[in-house]
Design a binder for this molecule. Structure first.
Ligand code: AMP
Ligand code: GLY
Length: 422
């Protein structure tokens, strides 16, 4: 089968790397992809944008693509799966209606209320004045969120009412009128549980933990994710059972009740309370980045078979098999990220990084004046370096061992990935 992957980040590289291992996969086309994906067996890049739905559908028809896997949220929320389904094409990822679970926090909160899923108490405000007035009724810390997609950067956890008010002022200062969600602060440790679903059955992958802030000890500005590891011990078997029965199953049932068949990955971003009770911080309609770079290297099952079981409504017949190892992914980012940063820095040392999997994110090939091409940085998150081992420490040692071999000007990475599990 020929398959296509939509996206160009580390998550899509991990998807390509894993799907290429399937014996049933003959060729993989990635739109637009990155140089790391291009270097994987069976993989080819296609210069189409992730939001060129017509172009991508035409490509799938003319190239006889048996399955298109969508990585990022923007095309899913934008309706790529609807467009593919209308054309009779197989697509892994939810429709625009279902993707609102990530696209609108207000929609997701309403769904969770219908499903009885534990989550922070929240209120939605369409005017700045009403939002600010509401702050007086709340305890500190207060969580202020923008309603739409914000690439993980639309949340302020305010330690004072003034800080919350400032965040609200900022949200409403843009040209478009914003909708803001204000919610209670949840205490505990976070976990990311990505689950496969065919709309009837929902099967979690190994639990992971992301590291969103830029600084060690989870300090500083939020990023797209500075590293992840799996399995995360905070999600014990007992906690995972609660996540299944209190979060995943009722969410799917509430979607079904609305007549929505959700196919793809449902990603639950959870807060696990000190007593081991999960609450939903957010849902995403896709694989996580960088969680995918830590989770897929532990999957033994053929990913294509699992994805086809989701698109064909046969997930109940499949059993996911996992290695009994740990994996840890360390993101190497451009100096300055998540603020402004330079591109075009030469990346060296990949050949020496042999003890780990190196997933590309913001990289590109650049020709110099002599016509020689070099791999250079081309984004905030540049590489995700994943180590595996029989203990978390071994996985981390392998990841960091390879990270230390790789160099580019201004490279930054967190040195404490996995610290909550130690
Ligand atoms: P989100 O974009 O909703 O995932 O939020 C980004 C990050 O903000 C989360 O990963 C949490 O660390 C933090 N956060 C969001 N909502 C809450 C909450 N209600 N309580 C505590 N922390 C939160
Ligand atoms: N790692 C967070 C996300 O993918 O949204």
């Amino acid at each position: 089968m020929q398959i296509a992957i939509v996206g160009s980040g580390g998550r899509e590289h991990a998807l390509a790397w894993k799907l290429a291992q399937s014996e049933r996969v003959s060729r993989i086309f990635c739109a637009p992809g990155n140089p790391g994906i291009a270097s994987e067996p069976k993989c080819h890049l296609v210069p189409l944008s992730v939001t060129d739905y017509e172009g991508l559908a035409r490509f799938a028809i003319t190239q006889n693509i048996g399955l298109t896997v969508v990585g990022p949220e923007v095309p899913l929320v934008g309706g790529i799966a609807d467009r593919f389904q209308e054309a009779g094409l197989k697509v892994f990822g939810p429709t625009a209606e279902a993707a609102q679970i990530e696209g609108s926090k207000a929609w997701a909160k309403q769904l969770m209320a219908e499903a009885g899923v534990p989550t922070a108490k929240a209120e939605v405000f369409e005017s700045k004045e009403a939002a600010i007035a509401n702050l007086q009724t709340r305890n500190i810390p207060i969580v202020v969120k923008v309603d739409g997609l914000a690439a993980g950067k639309g949340v302020t956890v305010a330690r004072s009412r003034d800080e919350a008010e400032e965040a609200i002022e900022k949200l409403f200062s843009g040209s478009d009128p914003e909708t803001v969600v204000i919610e209670d602060f949840l205490e505990g440790q976070e976990a990311s549980v990505l689950a496969f679903t065919d709309g009837k059955t929902v099967v979690p992958m190994l639990p992971a933990q992301d590291h969103k802030p830029i600084g060690e000890g989870d300090t500083g500005a939020n990023t797209g994710g500075m590293g992840a590891y799996a399995p995360a011990p905070v999600a014990t078997d007992e906690v995972m059972n609660k996540i299944q029965s209190r979060v995943l199953d009722p969410t799917l049932a509430a979607l079904q009740k609305r007549g929505i068949t959700y196919r793809g990955v449902l990603y639950a971003g959870l807060m696990i309370s000190p007593s081991g009770d999960p609450s939903v911080v957010e849902f995403n309609c896709r694989f996580g980045d960088p969680e995918t770079q830590a989770v897929l290297p532990l999957l033994e099952s053929d990913l294509l078979e699992v994805m086809l079981a989701c698109t064909d409504g046969r997930l109940a017949e499949i059993e996911l098999k996992w290695r009994s190892d740990f994996a840890a992914c360390v993101a190497m980012v451009s100096g300055g990220y998540p603020g402004s940063y330079d591109r075009g820095k030469i990346i060296r040392g990949l050949g020496a990084a042999t003890g780990a999997l190196v997933f590309h994110a913001g990289t590109t090939n650049q020709s110099d004046s002599t016509g020689k091409t070099r791999l250079v940085t081309d984004g905030g998150r540049v590489l995700g370096v994943t180590g595996r081992g029989s203990s978390l420490q071994m996985a981390l040692d392998r990841a960091y061992g390879s990270v230390e071999q790789i160099h580019f000007d201004g490279a930054y990475y967190r040195k404490d990935i996995g610290f909550r599990a130690k």
